[in-house]
Design a protein around this ligand. Structure first.
Ligand SMILES: [Zn+2]
Length: 271
């Protein structure tokens, strides 16, 4: 499932294709939205933004398309008139002059007046976005110290989008490992120094992943591994999907435990 950095890169690609341009046709393929066909044609796309895992496409008439990919949704940008061969269901098509932006398989698509979006039931619950420059380590520290999260296990709430928006399972595992924390640790168990270290890493890793196309491992190490023949997937993480392989720091075998319904990978010695 895509996490904040992957959604942000999808947004960048979408924005490069349609932001600032006129949408010649905007086609909705979900029956519930059929009455909207034609009503956004000829409107300019003012901005494309992502909030958490939702994408917002704002038009010059004050309307916005809200879409959430859930598990299977996927945006594709293609040259105009050249939709791909795919078994996926096309849900939404925004046709520019040069390029088409196509959303497949997502079922969570809505049209909202832009000024009402702060009331949207999903958006209004989102915590601060980890990729937003305005989200500082101080902001994260305040979240960790808030009564909602102070006494809860880190492994259980790091991926809760109301804590911060943009963390999924790979970032949860990588952040906990780099912070030297077991997923069962709670903020109230940690002294100030460890809280500050956690807050810094919690922002640094998603930002590095966004900038590098998905690497949370130390960059020098990832490069060395790939130079030695490792695949990108095998080189990009410290612990995620590395069960049974040695911890880069101490050599102990990485293990996987269940937490929050998903496998959490960790080093039983370092964490
Ligand atoms: Zn270790």
């Amino acid at each position: 499932m895509p996490e904040g950095p992957e959604i942000r890169r999808a947004r960048d690609e979408l924005a490069a294709a349609i932001e600032g341009r006129v949408a010649r046709r905007v086609l909705f393929h979900l029956p519930a939205l059929a009455s909207w066909n034609g009503r956004l044609d000829g409107r300019r796309v003012m901005a494309v933004e992502c909030r958490g895992k939702a994408m917002l496409t704002h038009f010059d008439n004050g309307l916005s398309i809200y879409s959430h990919n859930q598990l299977y949704g996927r945006w594709l940008v293609v040259p105009a008139g050249k939709p791909p061969e795919t078994g996926r269901q096309l849900r939404l098509a925004i046709h520019g002059d040069d390029r088409w932006a196509l959303l497949y398989s997502a079922s969570d698509i809505e049209i909202w007046p832009r000024e009402k979006l702060p009331e949207h039931p999903f958006l209004k619950k989102l915590g601060p976005d980890v990729l937003d420059k305005a989200t500082t380590p101080q902001v994260i520290l305040e979240r960790l110290r808030s009564p909602c999260f102070w006494g809860r296990q880190l492994g259980a709430f790091l991926t809760d989008q109301s804590f911060v928006a943009g963390l999924g399972n790979y970032l949860r595992c990588e952040i906990l490992h780099c912070s030297g924390l077991h997923p069962a640790a709670r903020p109230r168990d940690l002294d100030d120094q460890r809280l500050q270290q956690l807050a810094a890493i919690l922002l640094r890793l998603p930002r590095q992943s966004y900038e590098t196309g998905g690497i949370t491992n130390d960059l020098d190490r990832a490069r060395r591994l790939m130079d030695a023949g490792a695949s990108f997937e095998d080189a990009r993480f410290h612990v995620f999907r590395r069960a049974g392989l040695p911890c880069y720091r101490c050599g102990t075998a990485i293990i996987q435990i269940k937490q929050g319904g998903q496998g959490c990978y960790l080093c039983p010695r370092c964490q």
